[in-house]
Design a protein around this ligand. Structure first.
Ligand code: HEM
Length: 141
């Protein structure tokens, strides 16, 4: 593990904001991601682009060891009404990795960022969230 933060190795705020700019445009157009109706209700409206890019940029800055600057919801609260499945999560995960490759981010930094993303799967995916908090009836098999 390098002693320099992932935030710095990715190129800091400008590089992260640039990557999120590309990523969110792709996510808003991604058929697999928008197969979820609740997600499409948000991603299908271009007016949501600037604010969403800001929030995802700030989240990514903090998550990679940059300055504290994220003003949004935690990952459970942000996704709780969206009914996100593992398939939806994988569609987003694939798009993030493809975007980092598209932009030429080195393999080591890409792998490290994808580990951070994977770490949040239980907070974002509905079934695992249900198992964690036990707030709802178990889903039918
Ligand atoms: C680790 C993976 C993920 C991260 C880091 C992430 C990050 C974020 C952030 C920072 C927000 C803004 C929260 C706020 O409004 O304060 C957000 C909201 C949102 N995310 Fe995610 N997300 C992830 C996974 C997903 C997945 C898999 C989907 C859909 C398939 C998704 C769809 C959405 C939507 C639609 C919103 C907007 C909800 C609304 O305001 O109505 N996210 N996410």
């Amino acid at each position: 593990m390098s002693s320099t933060s992932l935030y710095e190795r990715l190129g800091g705020t400008y590089a992260i904001a640039g990557a999120v700019d590309v990523l969110v445009d792709r996510l808003f157009e991604n058929a697999g991601v928008n197969a979820n109706e609740a997600v499409h209700a948000h991603h299908g409206d271009p007016a949501n682009g600037p604010g969403y890019k800001f929030l995802v940029t700030a989240w990514s800055i903090e998550a990679t060891g940059g300055p504290k600057c994220y003003p949004g919801l935690d990952m459970i609260a942000a996704h709780t009404t969206l009914h996100i499945t593992n398939e939806h999560f994988d569609a987003v995960r694939f798009e993030i990795e493809a975007t980092l490759r598209f932009l030429g981010v080195p393999a080591a930094e890409t792998a490290e960022f994808m580990e951070i993303i994977e770490h949040y799967r239980p907070e974002v995916v509905e079934q695992q969230k249900v198992e964690q908090v036990g707030a709802l009836e178990p889903a039918a098999a």
